[in-house]
Design a protein around this ligand. Structure first.
Ligand code: COA
Length: 195
């Protein structure tokens, strides 16, 4: 899975990363953390810790890593997390997490492209719902998710602690339509015509 809008933008699911791209990914991640988020981390972690995180994520069967590139350089990433196999009741849903673009690569449309790719991938894997949550302080991300059709269904008042402050977090979902000719998700939920 890969693709871009032209202008050097691309988003691709990766199953392994060469060393130089891992270095770019870690640099982008620390730059995003320093600027204020996109990951659970509050403090920059450095190459070794971040590399352990990403190498670990690549090994987890329920996790997929997509990286965003600008002019061929890795500048951000996002993870798609699928429910574990024993969770049959929630198998129709998946979670988008850890989405960020390095500050030096923002404003080109990469995040919008990246979220769209995660949606396509989740739908192709058979998921009908994509869930995500975000700190209330991440205003750009909130605007982006809301303009992409994510529905806020709740707010957790004690979602995170950042530098001694308790921060609320918003929870969102978006219904995904199946690729091809499956029954529409709205109908599956009993909302469409004739249930
Ligand atoms: C949110 C984030 C991923 C957006 O990345 P980006 O690549 O700059 O976003 P895009 O260029 O795709 O822009 C998407 C939308 O964001 C908004 N946006 C982008 N840059 C903006 C800016 N400087 N000021 C205000 N809004 C802005 C616009 O609404 C834009 O919509 P448009 O396509 O209609 O213009 C990035 O700011 C980021 O990493 N933030 C910190 C991490 C975070 O909050 N992650 C989400 C938690 S899961």
């Amino acid at each position: 899975m890969s693709g871009g809008l032209g202008g050097g933008l691309s988003v691709e699911r990766v199953e392994e990363l060469p060393d130089h791209e891992m270095a770019e990914l870690c640099e982008a991640t620390d730059a995003a953390i320093i600027e204020g988020g996109g990951f659970g981390w509050v403090e920059p972690q450095g190459r070794a810790a971040l590399e352990r995180h990403f190498r670990g994520a690549l090994l987890v069967p329920e996790r997929e890593l997509l990286v965003a590139r600008l002019d061929g350089h890795v500048v951000g990433s996002v993870q798609l997390v699928r429910p574990p196999r024993n969770n049959e009741a929630q198998a129709f849903g998946a979670t988008l997490t850890h989405a960020y673009i390095a500050p030096y690569a923002r404003g080109h449309g990469l995040a919008r492209l990246m979220i769209g790719r995660v949606e396509e991938r989740a739908a192709a894997l058979g998921h009908r719902v994509l869930n995500l949550d975000v700190r209330e302080t991440q205003q750009t991300a909130i605007l982006l998710f809301e303009t992409m059709g994510y529905v806020r269904w709740g707010t957790h008042p004690a979602y995170a602690r950042v530098r001694g402050q308790t921060v609320a977090g918003h929870y969102y979902y978006k219904l995904l339509e199946p690729p091809g000719r499956g029954r529409s998700t709205e109908r599956l939920m009993g909302r469409g015509e004739n249930g």
